[in-house]
Write a protein that binds this ligand. Structure first.
Ligand code: G3I
Length: 373
């Protein structure tokens, strides 16, 4: 995948004695001399917000990782601590301890805090799954959102209110995924969740987050179904402010830039901001050396971000983790047996070519008015 002209122009400026190919390989492969600027500063210089998800257990166990998050991130996202499974040990209790630790990290870094996720069909405690009566489910949902949004009221940059509710393969005319929430509450659960969140914290940006929007044969259908959902929500006056495009990428992916540009135009045409909400790159398509894999991940980030950051509606970039050491991919079959190279820092917390590509894409993006959130 070619490295965009703009990014290469920045790299060649730094390596003006090398040829194009040499600069691509060498510059993406030698991030140690990366600028003294941080990812957070590179983003902010163009009116963007950059940050990463993290797990409180990993942060508590590794002060160097905590420091890296503090320096590099303008927003901190709990990967799991605000999901029902972590937040709701019983029907009558809330455990904010993990999320509050990460909130403290964000505060100490003068960074923003982003909530993930109020309604999802995964990471649900058994006591919730076992509820059968729709009114009990509706009551539990209302209490959950009131408490979770209320706990951080006025201090939350944004919430992923609903995650991954669209799945055309389930065959519904509205393109929605057949989930616990849909079965118990009907398709109106999505609008209900957004309205509950807006009532509990009017200051937070409210985001619909989904996967499968970035590449691949099903992306066209997924994008169309997500657009239909967002159009319905906006048409019904539902308070929704952003679309989260998760962006779990793969080296060698079939990324159609023109189709993505058209999609971004349609999303922003509905009045929504665009969050790149869970960015990482799985490098399974590259069987070569670590250097080759790192160059492939960097080139994939560069080509993807070249398109999404060129759109003025894109305002937030969150990588799903900061270091390969803690990526969720390590806990999946794809990550077993061969450590993945998905994120800006390696498992020893050293910057990688992915860092250089991300910093160049952020710093090279067209400027935009920073969000006042
Ligand atoms: O905390 C418990 C621990 O007490 C227990 O011993 C252990 C036993 O397996 O499980 C631990 O919980 C795990 C949790 O991460 C916290 O580490 C869950 O099993 C595990 O399933 C969970 O995985 C998370 C996954 O979402 C499911 O919630 C990943 O870390 C997280 O990165 C991943 O993130 C999702 C986004 O929320 C939505 N988009 C896709 C993305 C990747 O799947």
């Amino acid at each position: 995948m070619k490295v965009s002209r703009r990014v290469m122009g920045r790299l060649l400026h730094r390596r003006d004695l090398l040829g194009f190919a040499g600069a691509a390989m060498l510059s993406f492969s030698c991030p140690a001399a990366a600028s003294t600027r941080t990812l957070r500063q590179a983003a902010a210089s163009r009116g963007l917000l950059y940050g990463a998800s993290c797990v409180s257990r990993d942060v508590a166990a590794n002060p160097a990782y905590a420091e890296l998050l503090r320096r590099q991130c303008g927003v901190i996202v709990p990967a799991n601590a605000l999901k029902w499974a972590a937040l709701r040990p019983t029907p009558t209790t809330f455990d904010f301890s993990g999320a509050d630790e990460l909130f403290a990290l964000a505060r100490a870094a003068d960074a923003k805090f982003r909530g993930h996720v109020l309604v999802w069909h995964e990471a649900m405690p058994d006591w919730l799954r076992q509820l059968r009566d729709p009114e009990e489910v509706r009551s539990a949902l209302g209490a959950h959102i009131a408490a979770a949004c209320g706990h951080y009221r006025g201090r939350m940059h944004s919430w992923d209110v609903v995650n991954e509710a669209v799945f055309p393969d389930d065959g519904r005319s509205d393109g929605l995924r057949e989930t616990f929430w849909l079965r118990r509450l009907g398709p109106g659960y999505i609008a209900e969740a957004f309205r509950l969140a807006a009532a509990a914290d009017p200051s937070a940006l409210l985001c619909y987050n989904d996967d499968g929007l970035s590449f691949g044969p099903k992306a066209v259908g997924q994008r169309a179904a997500v657009l239909r959902l967002v159009e319905r929500l906006r048409g019904d006056g539902v308070p929704i402010h952003a679309l989260g495009i998760q962006s779990h990428l793969e080296t060698g992916m079939d990324f159609r830039a023109a189709e993505m540009r058209a999609f971004l135009d349609e999303v922003s045409g509905l009045g929504l901001s665009i969050f790149i909400s869970e960015l990482d790159v799985f490098d399974g398509s590259i069987r070569g050396s670590v250097e080759a894999r790192d160059a492939g991940v960097a080139a994939t980030l560069s080509a993807y971000l070249d398109v999404l950051l060129a759109h003025p509606a894109t305002s937030v970039v969150v990588t799903w983790g900061l270091s390969d050491r803690y990526t969720w991919l390590n806990d999946t079959p794809r990550g077993r047996g061969r450590p993945v190279r998905a994120l800006p820092y390696d498992d020893a917390l050293a910057p990688k070519p992915a860092w250089t590509a991300l910093e160049a894409a952020l710093a090279g993006a067209p400027g935009r008015a920073a969000s006042d959130h």
